[in-house]
Design a protein around this ligand. Structure first.
Ligand code: NDP
Length: 290
């Protein structure tokens, strides 16, 4: 197995999505992006998602609000998108500025268009294992990486480090769901003796947000390691002055892992691909069921 190539697997997903999008003509799946402020990482994520939507034949629109936008103004825009029959998916790029209640804003998105999967209904349907739940794109991408790499999950012990709404919690829900059938431990910053727990993992998911946090002595030899982290670290040799690294100390962990995702080129491209998959699914459902 070795290196899990997220770029190649994301490309497979996108090729499938593109073929399905073409069959929908004259309907064109439309994902509406909402960005608040000019955070450079958010600007670059939304640009990448828009470009990918374009490549698979979808429509992508973008509304940018200034950093100091009021909640009322933001809600008015989301309500308009919710009511627009030509919009199939809505994505609010996180993180939002501190004065906005992020989770409440996510909840304002119509469940039928919640392609990011962060709303109450999406999470609830995921817990209930109901069909039609939009799973958050990054965790869904993690599962797809495991599945398409041939990683056996049933009965395996998966340890998820991180309990965020965006990654850790939904990843754990997907891993315990029927079909995946892992035994799951969720760890976080208050977990005692983290290394003793991560060393039990057959499948280790790192979603912490700390560069190179997972060291070799925290990983069981033969484990499958999925690194969700995206961290900027200073690097004077780069034009940008930084480079992107994961939450896993890749060079130290890779030799003992059965399989591992790189950063970049692992989970990141899958997040974008699964957004396209979710938008296509939203479009199909809205078209078929209104
Ligand atoms: P959050 O900051 O919301 O969550 C981080 C989690 O890590 C928290 O649950 C926190 O615990 C836990 N944590 C922090 N420090 C420790 C520690 N010392 N020991 C154990 N657990 C710890 O981040 P996100 O979940 O949003 O993102 C995680 C990483 O994934 C980031 O690097 C982010 O950039 C990246 N990411 C990548 C995506 C992709 O497409 N590849 C998409 C989304 C995120 P506690 O809850 O106790 O604070």
């Amino acid at each position: 197995m070795g290196l899990i190539d997220g770029n190649a697997i994301a490309q497979q997903v996108l090729t499938e999505v593109k073929a399905e999008v073409a069959k929908l003509a004259p309907t064109i799946p439309h994902v509406a992006f909402v960005r608040v402020g000019e955070d450079p990482a958010s600007v670059s994520y939304v640009t990448k998602k828009q470009k990918t939507a374009d490549e698979v034949g979808m429509r992508a629109s973008l509304k940018v609000f200034p950093e100091n936008v009021s909640l009322a103004e933001l809600y008015a825009h989301l309500d308009a998108l919710n009511a627009d029959p030509d919009v199939h998916g809505i994505l609010i790029q996180a993180p939002l500025p501190k004065h906005l209640p992020e989770t409440e804003v996510f909840n304002r998105v119509s469940p039928a268009k919640d392609v990011d999967g962060f709303g109450t209904q999406s999470i609830g349907r995921l817990v209930q294992e109901l069909p039609g739940a939009f799973a958050a794109c990054t965790p869904r991408g993690v599962i797809e990486l495991l599945r398409r790499s041939g990683v056996q999950t049933a009965g395996k012990h998966a340890v998820v480090v991180g309990r965020s709404l965006i990654v850790g919690k939904p990843a754990a829900l997907l891993l315990i769901a029927k079909g995946c059938d892992c035994t799951v431990t969720i760890a976080h910053s208050r977990t005692a003796d983290l290394a003793a727990i991560t060393r039990q993992a057959d499948i280790l998911i790192a979603a912490i947000g700390k560069p190179h946090f997972i060291k070799a002595d925290m990983v069981k030899p033969g484990a499958v390691v999925i690194d969700v982290g995206i961290n900027r670290v200073a690097d004077a040799t780069k034009k940008t002055g930084y480079r992107i690294v994961g939450d896993v100390d890749f060079d130290a962990v890779a030799p003992l892992a059965a399989a591992i995702t790189p950063v970049p080129g692992g989970v990141g491209p899958m997040t974008v691909a699964m957004l396209m998959r979710n938008t296509l699914d939203a479009c199909l459902r809205i078209r078929n069921h209104g």
